[in-house]
Write a protein that binds this ligand. Structure first.
Ligand code: E4P
Length: 218
């Protein structure tokens, strides 16, 4: 399973990249706003900076919601760097834009996926990734992980090449469950990735190893 970091924060992106396990980055307009980024030029610069830090796919989301606007934005974003993936919402115009952009060889990530039907239409349009949102489904007492499993099974059954990018991951156990289900990618907040390393027996064991060493090597 590939690991993407789900943030537009450059320090967190660098920290995850320095771990040596990072395969890509996802952003969205809310994450960009959180970093105080506004204006088209600053958005484009920020995406370029992320692409210079990480050697992997970087999702940049369109703001337009009409076909012409989405493809114009998508082509501009894709021209920034070969690793840019144009992120497009799972709406009618979005499916048409994914079809158009993928026919031009531009990678796309269909976002805001909340059911298998949306995932199927995005995949048929040629999306590189579909992003089902786990946490937001869990928030409304629905089962986000079940949706990941259903889409993984559907894509396997029909031999669909589109990758399942598990999004809206809120904590470490979401990542562990995505691993078991067979998601292609998990895009995660930094603390959820670092949480994979947390184990009291690791800390306790290391403390004892070092204490034993220092007894004989004061
Ligand atoms: C990433 O592609 C999504 O936009 C993101 O994971 C959404 O996460 P949230 O539901 O925690 O905002």
């Amino acid at each position: 399973m590939k690991f993407f970091i789900d943030t537009a924060n450059l320090d967190q992106i660098k920290e995850a990249n320095d771990l040596g396990i990072l395969d890509g980055v996802t952003t969205n307009p809310s994450l960009m706003a959180k970093e105080g980024i506004s204006g088209e030029a600053n958005f484009l610069n920020h995406y370029k900076t992320i692409c210079e830090i990480v050697d992997g796919d970087v999702s940049a989301e369109v703001i337009a919601t009409d076909f012409d606007g989405m493809i114009a934005e998508g082509e501009k974003l894709a021209a920034l760097h070969p690793n840019i993936v144009v992120k497009i919402p799972a709406i009618k115009e979005g499916i048409k834009a994914i079809k158009y952009l993928s026919s031009k060889g531009i990678k796309t990530n269909c976002t805001l996926i909340f059911n298998v039907g949306q995932a199927l239409l995005a995949a048929k349009a040629g999306a590189t990734y579909v992003s089902p949102f786990i946490g937001r489904l869990d928030d409304i007492s629905s089962d986000g992980l079940q949706l990941i499993e259903d889409i993984v099974n559907m894509f396997n059954y029909y031999d669909i090449a589109t990758q399942v990018l598990a999004a809206s991951i809120r904590h470490t156990m979401h990542i562990v469950e995505c691993l078991k289900i067979g998601a292609d990618v998990a895009t995660c907040p930094l603390n959820a990735i670092l949480g994979l390393l947390n184990h009291p027996l690791t800390d306790k064991g290391l403390e004892k190893f070092l204490a034993d060493y220092h007894k004989l090597n004061p």
